[in-house]
Design a protein around this ligand. Structure first.
Ligand code: FA5
Length: 340
């Protein structure tokens, strides 16, 4: 081959792509060098040695020219002018989900006052979800219209498997785990109920507080709720208890917090507050742990007393930011989620 031809071809290449093509053309599996080597069988024996040497020299020379050209083109590429003053490209930023963020905030508030964060199963036996909580077999919440049952064989003593409708199933487990009070639990987990409207989703989260020790009273409960309300919703937020009924607490209450929009006055600029209409917003349920629940957890109800509460995470977020439809949290609509 005319050596001038390949040298000028290689030297006149202006980019790495074309050089790559030339490398294949000369040195590739079906390239010129291999083609010449395959012809060695047709060369007379006495000329074979010289022929082979010539091809090897050609091959080495091609390698060298290609390698030199490659270096030259690469160094040209890295010398391309780079303007440091141009504005950078902005990439979309991710953020943690509004519910995960609230879980972190709530955990921190309770950990600071010595509560231990636990997360008990979201699939449990009827015993944990109802029986251990003083809820007899005929309790309406145990109906399959209210609770989702898992289609597996029932346990001989613990009953059927359910998707837990509340985090109160953690009470019995925590009493048995700790054994001897003091107990200060904050149980955060997923719950399931067949509901779908602006304030209810089939899957939601609750956080459940449980405190058991000697001489624990409603005063401790109210103090803890006030502390949480101020830390989570802001200074000056108050709580109030209204009598209610739960099977697992006696007495039982519903908890309200003062509305941050009207500061509990029910009026804004002389008009009815559009957020609460009454000065108060409902947070969830609470009460003094029923003696039967303590007994079932292996705790002497004559020696110890306790309180418990259970609130919806989606609900507290709604109240904090003045949102009106919790279904948006799970819509996957980035325009809604990226606001937080
Ligand atoms: C209970 O679930 C009781 N276990 C709470 C409790 C615990 C009382 C300990 C006493 C002692 P309730 O059914 O009211 O209570 O639910 C509590 C909160 O969960 C509600 O206020 C609401 O914020 C939230 N919640 C209930 N159902 C849903 C749902 N489908 N979607 C979103 N949040 C819900």
């Amino acid at each position: 081959m005319d050596s001038k031809k390949y040298v000028s071809e290689i030297n006149s290449t202006e980019n790495l792509e074309t050089l790559g093509e030339l490398e294949i053309k000369y040195l590739g599996r079906n390239g010129l060098i291999n083609d010449l080597l395959s012809k060695i069988k047709d060369i007379p024996n006495e000329e074979k040695k010289a022929y082979g040497q010539k091809i090897n020299e050609l091959k080495t020379s091609m390698y060298r020219y290609i390698a030199d050209k490659k270096k030259e083109l690469q160094s040209k590429k890295s010398n391309v002018f780079f303007d440091k003053t141009l504005p950078g490209k902005s990439y979309p930023k991710g953020s943690i989900h509004i519910v995960s963020y609230a879980i972190e905030e709530i955990t921190k508030i309770f950990e600071k006052i010595d509560f231990i964060r636990v997360s008990y199963p979201e699939v449990d036996w009827e015993y944990g979800a109802f029986e251990s909580l003083n809820m007899p077999a005929n309790h309406p919440a145990r109906d399959d219209v209210e609770t989702s049952f898992i289609d597996t064989p029932a346990h001989s003593t613990l009953g059927k498997m359910v998707l837990t409708p509340h985090t109160s199933n953690g009470q019995n487990r925590e009493m048995k785990r700790v054994g001897k009070p003091p107990i200060r639990m904050i149980n955060i987990s997923k719950c399931y109920r067949p509901n779908w409207d602006p304030t209810h989703t089939p899957m939601f989260h609750q956080f459940e507080g449980l405190c058991v020790d000697p001489n624990i009273s409603i005063v401790n409960l109210k103090g803890t709720l006030d502390h949480f309300a101020e830390k989570y919703f802001g200074k000056g937020t108050k709580t109030r208890l209204r009598p209610h009924h739960f099977q697992f607490t006696e007495p039982s209450f519903e908890v309200d917090i003062s509305c941050n929009n009207c500061h509990g006055t029910a009026k804004v600029d002389g008009n009815k507050c559009r957020v609460c209409k009454s000065g108060w917003l409902e947070l969830g349920g609470c009460g003094m742990v029923h003696p039967n629940v303590l007994k079932e957890g292996g705790i002497d109800s004559k020696k110890y007393s306790g309180w418990a509460f259970g609130f919806g995470i989606e609900r507290v977020i709604m109240m904090k930011y003045g949102l009106d439809d919790i279904r948006n949290y799970y819509s996957g609509d980035i325009r809604f989620l990226e606001q937080f």
